[in-house]
Design a protein around this ligand. Structure first.
Ligand SMILES: [Zn+2]
Length: 417
């Protein structure tokens, strides 16, 4: 919550001072390695844009009355707007004024990163104030050579295989999209840093789409090491969780996420790849890479991409719920193993202290034989828990008892997606 409060109002455009300052702020919470990719660098079919900045922007009538001023809200000028300084007719001005009629009291968030144009964003219900024929428009934006930055926090595990967690950081002066995802990511990273992990975890903070493309195109050697990933955003609003499946749709991560959501949440919705919400999974899980990437959000919400996406709609309780969900998913991914039978015939449970009283734990007692029949080395603990609709930790701790008695061997992480 503090992170969101401290940096939500910054102008974090894709390559900008506000973006760099936000990364710097976060690097005090988790130690980030900052990758820099210069403006103009060719990245597969894309090119890194110039750094964009703005200090001043306004619309006045010819008597000098201001109808819009950037000082009132960073969203008032279109992201990556060209500079402009001229008198225009009302008709021309209207072509460059962006509003959201569905939310007439809010300023809409609009960007034109790659088409060169100038423009302002304004509350729809303020349009009626434009009654004159001519206006002075001024946008003091600056384009210069800079560097796109990607924040990378990596926690080495026993395995070189990487689980990647991604959030974008390029939405100016809004809170839920995208800082709620960033804050959950930071908290998950802090928690995992204290653990002894099997997988290597890579947490990436980047500008949407171009950040993923720039980072991955300049670090192609890392792509085959990435086992799967989670994209996080829009987690502070009041809506239920939405799980967007990976392109593959039924990988281990897809199944674990759905299993945890069913167990922990009263309600959630599930959708196919790119059918819930569109973010950087199109790069990671896209053509030529195909790293399975699920997305967890609370999309949709009515304040989306407007100035109403501010601190008022963020609930700390929701952020905590989402963080715990991600931690549970990663806990299963990380601690799962394949138990392989070393015994013959049904195990003499009482002799090994593995007998379970049906009155004390009917579900486990009832399923012991079913568990014992699934130890041929083709199923993981999670597979067994999922199949028998049991609690993963309970199955794991029961099978750990088999392991301590030398009745099974453990194979870690050797399962495929
Ligand atoms: Zn967005």
């Amino acid at each position: 919550m503090k992170l969101i409060k401290d940096i939500w109002f910054k102008r974090r455009d894709i390559v900008s001072e506000g973006f760099d300052e936000s990364l710097e702020y976060i690097s005090k919470l988790i130690p980030l390695k900052i990758h820099k990719i210069s403006s103009g660098t060719k990245c597969w079919t894309w090119k890194v844009p110039e750094k964009w900045g703005i200090k001043e922007g306004y619309i006045e009538d010819l008597k000098g009355n201001r109808l819009l001023d950037l000082k009132d809200h960073p969203l008032h000028v279109l992201s990556y707007s060209l500079p402009v300084n001229k008198v225009v007719s009302k008709e021309e001005l209207m072509k460059h004024l962006h509003t959201d009629p569905k939310r007439p009291g809010a300023i809409s968030f609009k960007f034109k990163y790659y088409e060169r144009d100038w423009g302002f964003c304004i509350q729809h219900n303020k349009l009626k104030k434009f009654t004159k024929d001519k206006y002075k428009v001024f946008i003091g934006s600056k384009f210069e050579k800079g560097a796109l930055k990607v924040g990378d926090f990596t926690i080495k595990g026993k395995s070189n295989e990487i689980i990647v967690v991604v959030a974008h950081l390029c939405h100016p002066a809004m809170a839920n999209d995208d800082l709620s995802g960033v804050s959950v990511l930071v908290d998950v990273a802090k928690k995992l840093k204290k653990k002894n992990n099997y997988y290597t975890y890579k947490f990436l903070l980047l500008p949407e789409t171009i950040g993923s493309i720039a980072y991955l195109s300049q670090n192609e050697d890392i792509i085959p090491k990435m086992k799967c990933g989670i994209f996080l955003e829009m987690l502070g609003n009041g809506n239920i969780h939405a799980l967007q499946l990976s392109r593959q749709g039924s990988t281990r991560l897809d199944r674990v996420a759905e299993y945890i959501m069913k167990k922990k949440l009263d309600n959630f919705r599930k959708g196919l790849f790119r059918k819930v919400v569109c973010n950087d999974e199109m790069v990671f899980n896209g053509p030529g890479l195909d790293i399975p990437m699920i997305s967890i959000s609370r999309y949709p919400y009515p304040e989306y991409h407007t100035s109403d996406d501010n601190l008022k709609i963020i609930s700390e309780k929701k952020l905590v719920e989402s963080r715990d969900l991600v931690l549970e998913i990663l806990d299963i991914m990380d601690s799962d193993y394949i138990p392989k039978r070393k015994f013959k015939g049904p195990v003499f449970l009482s002799g090994y202290g593995l007998w379970v009283d049906w009155q004390e734990n009917p579900k486990l007692s009832e399923n012991i034989e079913q568990i014992m029949l699934r130890l041929e080395g083709d199923k993981s603990v999670f597979d067994i828990a999922e199949e028998l609709d049991m609690d993963y930790r309970e199955v794991r701790s029961y099978l750990d008892g088999f392991y301590k008695n030398n009745l099974i061997e453990k194979k870690n992480g050797s399962f495929k997606n």
